[in-house]
Design a protein around this ligand. Structure first.
Ligand code: PEP
Ligand code: MG
Length: 593
């Protein structure tokens, strides 16, 4: 009998933090400040309008200072986000931009601010990397603090929540998130945001399930609605029927048991049944994630994406600032290896500090090593900071997006130059730092034998390698279905890189997110990679699955894989061969509901 009472409405969003939550929704009413009245200010009042704006900025700074002071202990690791917002309040493009619009267009301060914010947001929206695209929301969140004073509504205060609920909001600014008592939160659901939004980062680090980027969840869900949040599948079910509810209670129970079981053993080595050891390391973007790295039993950091420090401030980071950050990371990791990737930005990825012309095709443009080699001052500063930090910890350096051997030669020359300058200044640094090349462009795969002579290790970046080799924009949802990590072309490329690395006697790792999907594991193991690196949360499951596999068997399995012509045939073969032992892990992958 169909259930006529329950809506059983299923909403698809982005699973930003895994886990399943079932409970009552709590809709955070947020004022819609998207529609701003436009007024033309008479010339004689322009001065006082500018002052009104400056006054509002001051008040917003005071509010934020108060919020920072009151941040509860559990959020202390994330305070840098609020510091960033403090800087954004007086960012050149927002602060000066607003004043210019008041003066130049005779606009009221609210409208002028909105205009300046829209312009900055438009720049962020064009960015190819989702992490940077998401940073546009920081500008909106910071400007909202000013706008509230201009509109006279004052700072928004979140109501006290007296029971455990699922927070449903249009968007959550860090200032708002830090006012929420986390122990009251079963899950987060938002219209905006995604994997790399602050809500996503915070949810993952506190292991609270989150489904973000739902579009109009706040219109579909009301306070006290019963909802299911499946952070693994990225689904929210509103007002579920009995059957759906029972199924998800079971799913939740199984997931929690599974997670508890794999986490208990996550500090053990990932060693196959026949004694082969695979290194399972973590990918991070922020120093603060190191807690999660330790908690999930990572064998070191396989990829530290260093872009964050360049983006979130109006000026470029100093050598000392970078050095402190890298050294802190290495100190916390102790003997654990830390792979620092040099700057992987360029084109319009810079918010401030550097200006570059817009590009038609940023993914194929002046990014990563190409940008660094053309910006020697910026590159030199980072190289010096890494070399200095490496004196104090187990740090190695990784150059991104190498597409020709000259780039690695030039990068090494600059590294040697940086070392020389440090020696001259009598500063401590590491002379014999290990150097790696990211293999993420097809030309690097083809030239791997030559590149291998220049470096100590390879790290295969499949996120980009898949994009560049299959001609699939990694962030274009229209072709997302074609983005197939198990595509035979991709697997053959990985195989070729491994063969060349082994022939040259260098280490070969893989740090694309395909490493986090259990389905890919038997293939990656059989391809004889030395290490795989992924988001920290996925590590316990992957390590535990490695322990159920046989290395020799997986090498034989890969020979069968190479006979397959399509990704779906490869997937079918994996499922037929390993389906049983991976049942539980794959059950929780996206779409496994
Ligand atoms: C990759 O391309 O696989 C990679 C790990 O780097 P990023 O995702 O930062 O481009
Ligand atoms: Mg990449």
């Amino acid at each position: 009998m169909p259930d006529t009472v329950s809506k059983n409405l299923s909403l698809q969003g982005i699973g930003a933090s895994p886990g399943i939550a079932i409970g009552k929704a709590y809709l955070l009413e947020q004022e819609d400040i998207d529609v701003i009245e436009k007024r033309i200010i008479p010339p004689e009042e322009i001065g006082s309008e500018v002052n009104r704006f400056k006054e509002a900025v001051k008040k917003a700074q005071e509010d934020l200072r108060k919020i920072i002071e009151d941040v509860p202990d559990e959020y202390r690791d994330h305070i840098y986000i609020l510091d960033t917002h403090m800087m954004l309040l007086t960012d050149r493009m927002i602060y000066d931009g607003t004043i210019e619009h008041i003066r130049g267009k005779n606009l009221n301060a609210e409208r002028a601010l909105k205009m300046a914010v829209d312009q900055v947001q438009a720049i962020f929206k064009k960015m190819p990397d989702p992490y940077f695209r998401e940073r546009g929301s920081d500008v909106v969140h910071a400007s909202k603090l000013i706008l509230e004073h201009l509109l006279g509504t004052g700072p928004s205060k979140l109501p006290d929540i007296d029971k455990r609920v699922i927070i449903v909001a249009h968007d959550l600014s860090p200032a708002e998130t830090t006012q929420i008592q986390l122990e009251k939160v079963r899950a987060f659901v938002t219209d905006l945001g995604g994997q790399t939004s602050h809500t996503g980062i915070i949810a993952r680090s506190f292991e609270i399930p989150a489904v973000l980027g739902l579009g109009d969840a706040t219109r579909q869900i009301q306070t006290d609605d019963l909802i299911i949040v499946d952070g693994n599948a990225g689904i929210v079910i509103v007002d579920p029927d009995e059957q759906t509810l029972t199924r998800h209670h079971e799913r939740k129970g199984l997931f929690e048991q599974f997670q508890a079981r794999v986490t208990r053993t996550s500090h053990l080595p990932a060693e196959t049944k026949d004694g082969h050891r695979l290194t399972v390391a973590a990918n991070i973007e922020l120093l603060e994630e190191v807690v999660s790295v330790m908690d999930h039993g990572a064998d070191g950091i396989g990829l530290y994406r260093t872009e964050f420090l360049y983006l979130n401030q109006p000026t470029l980071p100093s050598e000392q600032e970078l050095f402190d950050n890298y050294r802190d990371l290495a100190d916390i990791m102790g003997d654990g290896q830390v792979t620092i990737r040099t700057l992987d930005i360029g084109g319009d990825k810079f918010a401030s500090g550097v200006s570059l012309a817009g590009e038609m095709n940023p993914a194929l443009g002046l990014r990563a090593i190409r940008f660094c080699l053309q910006s020697p001052d910026i590159f030199r500063t980072q190289l010096r900071a890494i070399l200095r930090a490496a004196h104090f910890g187990n740090i190695r350096i990784l150059f991104p997006m190498i597409s020709q051997v000259e780039e690695i030669i030039e990068a090494k020359r600059m590294l040697a130059e940086a070392a020389e300058s440090l020696a001259k200044e009598g500063l401590f640094f590491r002379e014999d730092i290990q150097i790696g090349a990211m293999i993420e462009v097809p030309s690097a795969v083809i030239m791997a034998d030559i590149l291998a002579k220049e470096v100590d290790f390879f790290s295969i970046g499949t996120n980009d390698l898949i994009q560049y080799s299959l001609a699939i924009d990694r962030i274009n949802k229209h072709v997302a279905g074609l983005y197939q990590p198990l595509h035979p072309a991709v697997l053959r490329m990985i195989h070729r890189v491994v063969e060349n690395a082994k022939a040259a006697g260098i280490e070969v790792d893989l740090c694309g997110e395909m490493a986090a999907d259990p389905v890919n594991l038997p293939v990656l193991l059989g391809l004889e990679l030395d290490a795989i690196s992924m988001n920290p949360i996925s590590i316990p499951a992957i390590k535990s699955l490695v322990r159920t596999l046989d290395f020799e068997e997986s090498k034989g399995f890969v020979q069968e894989v190479f006979k397959q012509a399509t990704a779906s045939k490869v997937l079918q073969l994996v499922q037929e061969t390993y389906g049983k032992s991976f049942e539980m892990a794959t059950f929780f992958q996206a779409g496994g509901a």
